[in-house]
Design a binder for this molecule. Structure first.
Ligand code: ZN
Length: 351
């Protein structure tokens, strides 16, 4: 049996998405987002994806297994390190769909921990919406199309490529470019269609060379300015104006989830039984997708940011239905409770 299996995911930003770089910068925008160090194109790091997937899978498992003595949420979500007296950390059981798929930590030196069966790549921009005088256009480039397995040659002029050429140049944001025709354009459209990209996006596709794409993305990000409000006066706080940037609503992102074969690993000397094949791992991670669409990813969630709708794999697919745990010794491990803790302990991690 294969040691691993890859799953391509494609998602549409329903809101602007702000995954902060964790630092303030002097310049046009104070709170910047994470970028690829080479292309300078904003991305969502795999670590951010892994964190939210873990949380949402734990929530879903908690909702479908409400009687578990040691609830999947919050104990198997998050970092799992002991914080506060009621916090237990990760359960680390071979029948736990959260701890087996996402791994768990044990102790300061991480000894006795488990790396997890699912690995997440960074989510990269596949299609980026840009205002033009002909309405919005979703821009892509050969490098971005490689994310969905397309090899595109011959896009090298300083131009925007459509299925057919037109005489008047087109503006992509502030950039004015001649319009050229591209022979394989319809193949690209069909591939995007088979990836679940909606028609209002693939019918407004624009192809540009790799070197122009980062400029077009970075000069068309959403930038917002906020100010802190003084609760006593209800007026703006002095010197508390700040700005932040985000991938705009309508951005299409692509990432991969690599599932390792559970048969190759043991937890505490026992076989993993929460998931038995790489396909099971992919089924488990996909239960997070409806949560991603409603609870979102990244920061500024209280300011209308973050929701990401997964277009591919299709949410209607049968494999999005969570599978029940089928384990020989699950009866002992699911009711297992460390000494001194009663069923009423619902300690949330202390922030
Ligand atoms: Zn667990």
């Amino acid at each position: 049996m294969a040691s691993y299996k890859k799953l391509l995911c494609i998602g549409l930003a329903l809101d602007p998405i702000h995954v902060g770089s964790g630092g303030a910068r002097l310049g046009r925008v104070e709170l910047t987002i994470v970028r690829d160090p080479v292309t300078r194109i904003p991305k969502i790091p795999g670590s951010s994806l892994a964190g939210v997937y873990r949380t949402y899978v734990a929530m879903a498992e908690h909702e479908s297994n409400p009687g578990r003595t040691r609830p999947y949420y919050p104990h198997c979500a998050g970092l799992g390190q002991p914080k506060g007296k009621d916090y237990l950390g990760h359960c680390a059981q071979p029948d736990c769909p959260v701890c087996t798929v996402f791994g768990f930590a044990r102790g300061k030196d991480q000894a006795g921990g488990f790396a997890g069966l699912a690995a997440f790549t960074d989510a990269h921009v596949l299609l980026f919406p840009v205002p033009t005088r002909q309405g919005p256009r979703w821009v892509t480039c050969p490098d971005a199309l490689r994310l969905v397995g397309l090899e595109v040659q011959g896009v090298d002029q300083d131009a925007v490529y459509f299925g057919s050429s037109q005489n008047t140049p087109l503006n992509l944001g502030w950039l004015l470019l001649p319009v050229m025709s591209f022979g394989q354009f319809q193949n690209i459209v069909q591939s995007l269609q088979s990836c679940g990209v909606p028609s209002y996006i693939y019918e407004r596709l624009a192809l540009v060379p790799d070197r122009l794409f980062p400029h077009i993305v970075n000069s068309n990000l959403e930038v917002r300015t906020s100010v802190a409000i003084n609760p006593a006066t209800g007026a703006a706080e002095e010197q508390a104006l700040f700005s932040y940037e985000a991938l705009p609503r309508g951005t299409v992102l692509a990432w991969e989830i690599i599932a390792k074969n559970p048969k190759h690993f043991l937890i505490g000397g026992k076989e993993i039984c929460a998931v038995k094949t790489p396909d099971d791992v992919h089924q488990k991670v996909q239960v997070a997708h409806p949560y991603l669409e409603h609870l979102g990813i990244g920061g500024m969630g209280t300011r209308g940011m973050g929701r990401l709708k997964v277009l591919y794999p299709s949410p209607a697919a049968e494999n999005s239905v969570p599978k029940k745990v089928n384990c020989r010794d699950s009866a002992t491990s699911t009711t297992d409770s460390p000494s001194g803790l009663s069923e009423s302990s619902t300690g949330l991690p202390e922030e």
